[in-house]
Design a protein around this ligand. Structure first.
Ligand SMILES: NC(=O)c1ccc[n+]([C@@H]2O[C@H](COP(=O)([O-])OP(=O)(O)OC[C@H]3O[C@@H](n4cnc5c(N)ncnc54)[C@H](OP(=O)(O)O)[C@@H]3O)[C@@H](O)[C@H]2O)c1
Length: 213
């Protein structure tokens, strides 16, 4: 089984990390403050490791990016190009601005003709970013229980990296919907806005999207 390095310590990192462990992977979560992750680690056994962002990136054969969108570039800068080169990075981030939602609609720091993932891909051209898991709440990311299998929209420029991420998405209980190259993140990232509206307006946080065909 591949080793997974997760850049992040929040709910997404902890949930996906536990999911990978459940399926037999070794996992290292990366953070600037390891004390935040001691409880997470304590419940999960020897294959649950914690370290710095750099240590997690170095440990992982496949990486997951699960930091605050506004800090995503800073987090990857701390890791540096060398450790990111040729790595598949499953990118769960969203470009949420530090401003309150307007009538339940999140504000982004990107515009509609660009996306956070494209910005990161341009900054780190030798890494292979694949958008995934950004358009569902952490509670439903692993083994979601719905009457039908929900859809996970993914995109990225490297076909091998997308295959790798697609296998993870399927393993975690989702149908993969490959939307093509990195530009498709312009459409996939705003799904997070749509996903959050029922949450902010009606306190509903447990839905997921399905592409009917
Ligand atoms: N929460 C969800 O249900 C959900 C669902 C889908 C997608 N997402 C997206 O997934 C990402 C992670 O979400 P989350 O809720 O798990 O956590 P979060 O609170 O959005 O982010 C926490 C992480 O961001 C890092 N961070 C914050 N400021 C930083 C800075 N200045 N420099 C470097 N790193 C910094 C923290 O690093 P330290 O560990 O060092 O403190 C921590 O690992 C976000 O982009 C979010 O939009 C969230």
């Amino acid at each position: 089984m591949k080793k997974i390095g997760i850049i992040g310590s929040g709910m997404v990192a902890q949930t996906l990390g536990a999911g990978f462990l459940q399926y037999g992977y070794s996992v290292m979560l990366g953070t600037r403050d390891e004390s935040k992750l001691l409880d997470w680690q304590a419940g999960l056994g020897a294959e649950a490791k914690i370290g710095s962002f750099q240590e997690a990136a170095s440990f992982g054969e496949v990486l997951v990016l699960a930091v605050k969108g506004i800090a995503a570039k800073a987090a990857l800068d701390l890791i540096g190009d060398d450790l990111l080169k040729n790595k598949t990075i499953m990118d769960a981030t969203n470009p949420i601005a530090d401003r309150a939602p307007e009538n339940g609609v999140l504000q982004f720091f990107t515009d509609q003709n660009g996306s956070l993932m494209e910005q990161l891909q341009a900054e780190f051209p030798e890494a292979n970013l694949v958008k995934a898991f950004n358009s569902v709440g952490s509670a439903k990311m692993v083994n979601p229980t719905f009457e039908v299998k929900p859809s996970m929209f993914i995109c990225g420029n490297n076909e091998q990296a997308k295959r790798e991420v697609g296998e993870i998405v399927e393993l975690f209980g989702w149908e993969v919907e490959d939307m093509g190259s990195a530009e498709a993140a312009r459409a996939i990232e705003p799904l997070c806005m749509l996903w959050c509206i029922p949450g902010f307006l009606n306190n509903q946080w447990t839905h997921a999207f399905k592409l009917l065909k």
